[in-house]
Design a protein around this ligand. Structure first.
Ligand code: GRF
Length: 224
């Protein structure tokens, strides 16, 4: 009889920039008992600091430089080939600044998550902090969602809020939101690896039940 423990779910992370979320995921995955293993980090920018973080953590890295491809389809094809090589169970977009083609997204349906710096469905796209300020919002935050064909539009799994203070700027807000991001993404990655979250047709199943509201992370605690 084979008594080897089951292999941990394989996580592949895609990033484009400084990689602070990547770092949070690396740190979480190193804690004893984390139910997944990061198998590779991919980047579309050869100089991204995220690559350095991955190398420091002795993780395998790859670069698919979008400037070297004539079309989105070609770029996505090359990226998919790299992803397939690592056979991941979960793909995490962590500040990956490329719009992905429909075919690419469909191929990874239910296994790809993104972190977005707003309380979706508010403020899809860019400049979310400034837009929240301009709208006079009192709260802002971050969402982790399944990636579907609609940009930043897939079903939301979990959110964390921050309060907008009168003297907040886009930069100060970004900093507050990032602190929450670094708590939230590892928690959701853990849930996925434990098999607790699944994508239905246009909804999330949490522990096999329809998730009616995104999970919330107030004051560093998760409450259902
Ligand atoms: C984060 O704010 C994330 O929400 C957004 O891109 C940013 C990435 O930051 N999708 P970092 O590279 O993880 O520091």
């Amino acid at each position: 009889m084979n008594s080897d423990p089951a292999p941990l779910p394989r996580i592949l992370i895609l990033a484009s920039g400084s990689g602070t979320n990547l770092q949070a995921l690396i740190d979480a995955s190193r804690v004893r008992g984390f139910p997944g293993q990061i198998v590779a980090v991919g980047c579309n920018r050869p100089n991204a600091f995220a690559l350095e973080r991955a190398a420091q953590a002795h993780l395998e890295t790859f670069v698919v430089d979008h400037t070297k491809y004539g079309s989105r389809e070609e770029f996505d094809g090359a990226l998919m080939a790299e992803i397939r090589r690592h056979n991941p169970d979960l793909v995490l977009l962590a500040g990956f600044m490329r719009i992905l083609t429909t075919d690419f997204v469909r191929a990874l349906r239910g296994t790809m998550l993104n972190i977005h710096p707003s309380l979706l469905p508010r403020y899809t796209g860019l400049n979310t902090h400034q837009r929240a300020l301009d709208a006079g919002d009192k709260v802002h935050g971050v969402s982790v969602h399944f990636v579907t064909e609609e940009l930043d539009g897939g079903p939301v799994i979990a959110q964390a809020e921050v309060t907008i203070d009168p003297d907040d700027t886009a930069d100060s807000l970004a900093e507050k939101v990032q602190q929450k991001e670094h708590l939230l993404y590892p928690i959701v990655a853990r849930w996925f690896c434990e098999g607790r979250i699944q994508l239905g047709s246009d909804y999330v199943l949490f522990d096999g039940e329809l998730l009616r509201q995104p999970m919330r992370l107030p004051d560093d605690r998760v409450v259902h």
